[in-house]
Design a protein around this ligand. Structure first.
Ligand code: AMP
Ligand code: ZN
Length: 114
């Protein structure tokens, strides 16, 4: 837990979220400012700043996050989806608690990430 981290506060329940999944390692909740009809975030419960600070010990957790994406996307009614991990300020990361974006559906989907 990192005291000033908004996603740690969501994990602990201090800040509310529209949760769609939770287990002992991760939670998933709807993005507050969606970029597609369906846009949720898969977030580890333990605080890791970003993909750039992950280590070998995080390999299983990262794999779990990726494997959850198609399962939850299907549950949300998506036939296909995009995944995104913004890393670092120059990579567009705004919340420094690693998270996997899953987006799909509707016509708000960006065609590219350029
Ligand atoms: P990133 O730029 O990859 O760090 O993305 C951060 C994402 O977190 C953005 O898409 C925000 O809309 C989303 N976000 C920020 N605060 C909240 C919140 N309280 N609940 C849900 N999503 C949030
Ligand atoms: Zn955190």
């Amino acid at each position: 837990m990192s005291a000033d981290c908004i996603f740690c506060k969501i994990v602990s329940g201090t800040i509310p979220s529209k949760k769609i999944y939770e287990d002992e390692d991760v939670i998933a909740f709807n993005d507050i400012n969606p970029s597609a009809k369906v846009h949720f975030l898969i977030v580890p419960k333990s605080h890791i700043d970003s993909l750039a600070t992950c280590e070998l010990q995080d390999q299983a957790l990262l794999g779990k996050m990726l494997l959850l994406a198609p399962k939850l996307a299907k549950e949300q009614g998506l036939a296909g989806f995009k995944t995104l991990i913004n890393t670092g300020v120059e990579g567009g990361q705004e919340v420094f608690h690693i998270h996997l974006h899953v987006l799909g559906g509707g016509n708000k989907m960006p065609k590219s990430l350029a």
